[in-house]
Design a binder for this molecule. Sequence first.
Ligand SMILES: C[S@@+](CC[C@H](N)C(=O)[O-])C[C@H]1O[C@@H](n2cnc3c(N)ncnc32)[C@H](O)[C@@H]1O
Length: 242
Amino acid sequence: MGVSAREMKHGAVIDEFDVAAPSYDRLVGANPGYHRHLRMSARRLGLPRDGAGLRVLDLGCGTGASTAALARVLPAAEIVGVDASAGMLAAARAKRWPPNVRFVHSRAEDLTSEHTGGRVDAVFAAYLLRNCPDPDQVLRGIRGLAKPGARVALHEYSVDGPAARAVWSAVCWGVVIPAGRVFTGRTELYRYLWRSVLQFDPPAGLRARLEAAGYDTVRAVPLPGWQRGITHTFLARAGGGA
Ligand SMILES: C[S@@+](CC[C@H](N)C(=O)[O-])C[C@H]1O[C@@H](n2cnc3c(N)ncnc32)[C@H](O)[C@@H]1O
């Protein structure tokens, strides 16, 4: 059966992302709506105009799919992509980026405002939090990196109810895990993905987690397509006094 999220240590998860990095873009490119949904979540940050004068953090940027969404929606913002996987980050850095985009190799847990060049105006984290051993620590850390009142968007798998759980399992075992095997010759990361999403917070749980970590105006907004009820944008403001 699947590798339990609890059994797979965080270092092993990062190692699996290193292995998956060369084929990651092909795999997510085959997922209908993946890039469009990232742009939707980036727009849902609700930042003014083109982001001029704003510093935006893309935590868990991977190969840069979420960074590209931010750069499209906020072409004038300073964007800092951060990832713990050297392989994923190398794939991101190998792409062409405008001069206002840069990348930092760090775990979210170790990131400081020296890495980011000062406190940030907004934080975007797509498919990151579920992978972190202590999500509450990461949420507290984000508040420490963000200006008081900064906008936060977590783009996350957060499955809402039995029907959505059944769709998620069908998509994983019917498509994602077989495709992972074809693209990488391995299934560990994709079985971990299946299991860890089922074990992660449902929307009400993640909203409560954000509120308990000191975030204000928290809401979950669904994404369309087969991902409805499975993937959401969690929007919040980093409360002051972090
Ligand atoms: C599923 S990928 C998502 C990548 C990208 N945000 C996207 O939307 O395509 C998750 C990324 O989070 C990174 N990651 C996992 N745990 C992390 C941590 N504790 N600190 C920083 N990055 C982490 C992984 O290396 C991986 O690149």
